[in-house]
Design a protein around this ligand. Structure first.
Ligand code: KMH
Ligand code: ZN
Length: 314
């Protein structure tokens, strides 16, 4: 009998989409981020996708100093694969966004595959009370902001992070981003297998209809065939329905409070681990297994769980 397919769960712990007043469960301090990442790993996440925040007001920050304490704790306690963002926040310049991944040289870094609108302002309809001054302004600013990822920017990330053997979570928010990825593959600037994270439901990218998922998958299959490891991320309420669809279609999944604050309609998730446990139940009920971090290393051909570069010794 064939062994069950192994499905990788990535958990994106805190991100830069939501602001602290939206949920008391959104990790903000280094301790909250490491606890949440370790909880997600214990629940079955093979990969944790990480951003840092200012511990006082929860604003996204991209200094290696902000990352070091939680990276050290996660690395000491778990073999989970570390994935550091190079997206940072759409408000930040690229040189700032890339600093943590260039400094720590993790197994994976994210790489956003095109410039786009990144509309966070619709959340102002749902959330009206904010503790910190920056939160409302940050959401409002997204009405007139481009999340910049030009060809030169992409080359810069590939150069700054790729030379150390860091591989990439290629974040593709629309079909054009798949074609951009194919362009870099044609130039031999990137090596397969390509970890393609298709993103559904960011205003400025493709939507969340099942046809959208089919279209991205069909296009990615045509462009990359067996050179692709396909994963999905549904923003907000589409998180679990899109994950379920992709699991049934042979894909991998990303969950976590970066992408959705919810565990059920109108009900905030109490932790990242709660979302991991939910998607894990779906995977197992469909007769598949959850991939371990070492399964993910093999599937994605990662460099291995070396001590993070530049991390202080424990
Ligand atoms: N929050 C996701 C939709 C990144 O970190 O590079 C996008 C993201 C970007 O994960
Ligand atoms: Zn992210």
């Amino acid at each position: 009998m064939a062994s069950p397919r192994k499905v990788m769960i990535t958990c994106a712990i805190t991100g830069a989409v939501h602001t602290p007043s939206m949920s008391p469960h959104l990790p903000v301090t280094a301790e909250q981020i490491s606890d949440a990442a370790l909880g997600a790993a214990a629940a079955g996440a093979a990969i944790v996708h990480l951003h840092a925040r200012d511990p006082v007001d929860g604003r996204p920050v991209q200094t290696p100093d902000a990352y070091e304490p939680f990276l050290r704790k996660i690395n000491e306690a778990s073999g989970v694969v570390l994935n550091l963002t190079t997206g940072g926040a759409p408000t930040m310049p690229l040189t700032e966004r890339v600093r943590p991944a260039a400094h720590f040289k993790p197994e994976i870094a994210s790489l956003n595959m095109g410039s786009m609108n990144f509309g966070l302002f619709p959340m102002l309809e749902r959330f009206t009370n904010f503790t910190h001054d920056w939160e409302r302004k940050y959401l409002q600013a997204s009405e007139d902001l481009i999340f910049r990822n030009t060809y030169r920017d992409i080359e810069y990330v590939l150069r700054e992070c790729g030379e150390s053997g860091t591989r990439f979570e290629f974040e593709c928010y629309d079909t054009s981003h798949l074609y951009n990825l194919a362009h870099f593959a044609d130039r031999r600037a990137i090596k397969p297998p390509f970890f393609v994270q298709t993103v559904f439901g960011i205003l400025g990218g493709i939507g969340q209809h099942p046809d959208d998922v089919m279209h991205m998958k069909r296009t990615a299959d045509r462009l990359f065939g067996n050179n692709m490891i396909w994963s999905v991320l549904g923003a907000g309420r589409g998180q679990m329905p899109i994950a379920s669809l992709a699991i049934a279609m042979g894909g991998h999944v990303r969950v976590g409070l970066e992408d959705s604050l919810w565990i059920a309609p109108g009900k905030l998730a109490s932790s990242n681990a709660e979302q991991v446990m939910k998607v894990r139940r779906i995977i197992e009920e469909l007769g598949m297994d959850v991939a371990t971090p070492d399964d993910a290393r093999e599937l994605l051909q990662l460099k291995g769980n070396l001590k993070l570069h530049n991390q202080q010794a424990a």
